[in-house]
Design a protein around this ligand. Structure first.
Ligand SMILES: Nc1ncnc2c1ncn2[C@@H]1O[C@H](COP(=O)(O)OP(=O)(O)O)[C@@H](O)[C@H]1O
Ligand SMILES: [Mg+2]
Length: 256
């Protein structure tokens, strides 16, 4: 990555799911350490963008380019993307029956640590860090010993995504409605974790509909996705305009 190159650089990214074109032309930059909020009506393609960046095989990139941390992102396997420092949370985190949560997270963590040239953590050291992070996030310690998300409530699944984020310390975190279904303590924990990671240099692309969270995060920019394109970019005023007028009227005002 040259000093002037943003951490994430998307140009005219076009993505199909099945025979439908979902992302028509997405261009955006996330500078290193920045925090951008991505808004957009239901079905506008926010989760499609996150899962495409993660390398989900259902999302077919049919045009455009994506560079991340000096790499051609689209040429990397999902695991190579993670090793390069990309983290994408699921809007609906899946269950992985039979795979113990603490082993899952420690395996992921030691893989990214290896890529960063850091020594692996043994089970004892990992558990100490994981318990401390789980406590900060209000996730009961017992969840570490259960299969990944197996029988977890909606809020517990979201906290488990945040636990992975806290331990992995990525260069860029894409958080997909991580606040939805969370109680007030959970939302506060999101803000605190994001602030702590930003202080260590992590950049964020945060998908949220929740005005109070967006304001607390003090984003560098707010983007609105509409019909598969970034239709508008602004500051917090854009988020409050959308909260006041809704997505439909926001789009109409722009085209008037
Ligand atoms: N696996 C899929 N199969 C069919 N359609 C999909 C699939 N994933 C997403 N879509 C469609 O793509 C559009 C964008 O979805 P999504 O990215 O989830 O929107 P958002 O996260 O902004 O609400 C929607 O119309 C949705 O139905
Ligand atoms: Mg979504």
């Amino acid at each position: 990555m040259t000093p002037s190159e943003p951490l994430l650089h998307l140009r005219d990214l076009r993505v199909d799911v099945g025979d439908r074109s979902i992302l028509k032309s997405v261009s955006l930059d996330v500078p290193a350490g920045a925090l951008l909020v991505l808004m957009g009506a239901n079905g506008s393609g926010k989760s499609t963008l996150g899962l495409t960046l993660a390398g989900h095989p259902r999302y077919h990139v049919v045009g455009g380019s994506a560079r991340f941390a000096g790499h051609d992102l689209l040429a990397l396997s999902p695991e190579a993307r993670a090793r390069a420092g990309l983290f994408v949370s699921f809007q609906a985190p899946p269950e992985i029956p039979g795979v113990k949560n603490n082993l899952f997270i420690r395996t992921a963590l030691n893989t990214v640590r290896e890529a960063r040239g850091e020594a692996p953590l043994d089970a004892f050291d990992f558990l100490g860090d994981a318990r401390a992070a789980a406590t900060r996030l209000g996730l009961p310690e017992a969840m570490l010993g259960r299969p990944v998300n197996d029988g977890f409530s909606g809020g517990e699944r979201k906290r488990n995504e945040l636990l992975q984020l806290a331990l992995l310390r990525p260069r860029l975190a894409v958080l997909d409605e991580v606040d939805s279904g969370m109680d007030v303590d959970g939302v506060r924990a999101v803000v605190q974790l994001v602030q702590a990671l930003r202080a260590q240099g992590t950049a964020f692309l945060v998908v949220s509909h929740y005005q109070q969270l967006i304001e607390s995060l003090a984003p560098d920019a707010v983007l609105r996705l509409d019909q598969g394109c970034i239709a508008e970019a602004g500051g917090l005023a854009l988020a409050s305009d959308i909260a006041r007028t809704g997505f439909v009227r926001a789009a109409e005002a722009l085209s008037a």
